[in-house]
Design a protein around this ligand. Sequence first.
Ligand code: FPP
Length: 257
Amino acid sequence: MYSLWKRFVKKDASSEVTNRIQHIKQFDVPQHIAIIMDGNGRWAKKRALPRVAGHHEGMKTVRKITKVANKLGVKTLTVYAFSTENWKRPKSEVDFLMKLPQEFLGTFLPELISENVRVETIGDLSLLPSHTQNAVIRAMEDTKDNDGMILNFALNYGSRGEIVSAVNSIIEDAKNGIIKDGITEQMLSSYLMTKHLSDPDLLIRTSGEIRLSNFMLWQAAYTELWFTEVLWPDFSEEHLLQAVEEYQKRSRRFGGV
Ligand code: FPP
């Protein structure tokens, strides 16, 4: 009897999510959502678990949120999975984080393929262990013809480094006569790792921290920011819908009136 009731409650909650998604889709849905997935360590600590247990649970949240973002019709979902600063963490934690793309893609790649999701990355992959690189490269290859949502992993990504390397390439192209006049904003954007993507419309950071932590600094110039106290492993479909609903209530003026 209890399990029947539980099944009923679950079904009811999922149909509520479906109705909410249908409602949201009638209005302006952010084309690009970027997420700073923070709070895995604190989630684990609260449960007296090792920090890596939080990262593992956070990996499952990526799957959940990918599915709902896709259902909303989001074009790009960028998730900050490993920053250029995260190398400072203990080796055991870095090693664990480096295994997550492999586990995630090993488990969910067929599902991503069936949902027409294309896997992409930003960040310098060359410094990642070869097992991580191989998993990611294989997923990109296997999903390259999918034309649905882009699931973009920021891996060994840092925004200042990205801008510096863009400027160095511009200098090189200027020396070689490829660039003749001064540089423009559009030109600089076209040298970033996100050159083929629109700027994020909505940036979410979990766990109560209110900063950008070297994430998409150039691209986020006019992004709507949404912060929540919820720790990433606890972040649910409903939280994403809440963020999008609040985004839809904002008036985006891009400096105009
Ligand atoms: C920040 O939380 C989180 C990270 C540095 C790693 C984020 C990675 C995942 C959520 C898993 C990635 C999944 C895939 C599929 C690659 P924190 O450890 O700084 O948390 P804390 O501030 O509570 O210590």
